[in-house]
Design a protein around this ligand. Structure first.
Ligand SMILES: C[S@@+](CC[C@H](N)C(=O)[O-])C[C@H]1O[C@@H](n2cnc3c(N)ncnc32)[C@H](O)[C@@H]1O
Length: 232
């Protein structure tokens, strides 16, 4: 078992509840599956054969099978700082039809060669790390020139909502709204257009799970953002 203390300057470990929630079918069906389907639609024009997908912040490996189903890669690299979650990810890797390699590394400092990854799936990682720019610059280094970065994030209005604050744990100062994430990914040197961005407010991210929406007069800010970015 690798000592997780080496990483704690840039990493906030999820609560016990959060770790359980991310293992449920609710998370897989309503969050992961939906995000990967939407990413597949947003990046559909590419239709390129994919050699390697990096699942950055793969956690328990719940996305391996879904990524394989939608993108049919030759291999997936599952990378995370949390060695306990990676023990579970190893089982998910065994059940995945394509080859999966597990790495216990920080997103900002990997041993993955330059320009070697065709797709980076970075789902719900940035709001968990204090070193967001470090991770994005590392993604830029390892992404192939014609590769694609898929960033999926929960925005600060949701992360700072009371239920999320009570049940989950995140770094306080690095949370961003949708525009903040768009600016951050651009500042790291990635390029994308409006058509490569999707902003949503799914029911599970709305106040009281959206039950009182019809009485709320003001517009609800986007709580989720997907960005399909390429190297500039
Ligand atoms: C909310 S979970 C998302 C897990 C998975 N991507 C999903 O969508 O189901 C965030 C994951 O990012 C990992 N993580 C946080 N900071 C990291 C970093 N700097 N480098 C690598 N992994 C990190 C955490 O350990 C956790 O597994």
């Amino acid at each position: 078992m690798i000592d997780n203390r080496i990483d704690n300057h840039e990493w906030v470990r999820e609560t016990r509840f959060g770790r359980w929630f991310l293992s449920t079918q609710t998370w897989v069906k309503y969050v992961l599956d939906v995000a990967i389907k939407d990413f597949a639609a947003l990046s559909a024009s590419d239709n390129k054969k994919i050699g390697t997908i990096l699942d950055a912040g793969c956690g328990q490996g719940s996305a391996f099978n879904i990524l394989n189903e939608h993108f049919k890669p030759a291999q997936i690299i599952g990378l995370d700082v949390d060695s306990e979650l990676l023990e579970i990810a190893k089982d998910a890797a065994e059940g995945c039809p394509c080859e999966v390699t597990i790495k216990h590394q920080k997103a900002s400092d990997t041993d993955i060669p330059d320009n070697s990854v065709d797709m980076i799936f970075c789902h719900q990682l940035l709001h968990h790390t204090k070193n967001q720019m470090g991770a994005l610059l590392e993604f830029k280094r390892i992404l192939a020139p014609d590769g694609v970065l898929l960033v999926g994030e929960s925005c600060e209005s949701f992360i700072h909502s009371l239920p999320v604050k009570l049940l989950f744990k995140h770094p306080d100062l690095t949370q961003k709204d949708a525009t903040g994430y768009i600016d951050l990914v651009r500042e790291a040197g990635f390029v994308f257009q409006d058509k490569d961005i999707q902003k949503t407010s799914p029911w599970w991210s709305r106040p009281f799970l959206g039950v009182f929406d019809k009485w709320i007069k003001r517009e609800i800010a986007a709580t989720e953002i997907l960005i399909v970015a390429r190297k500039g």
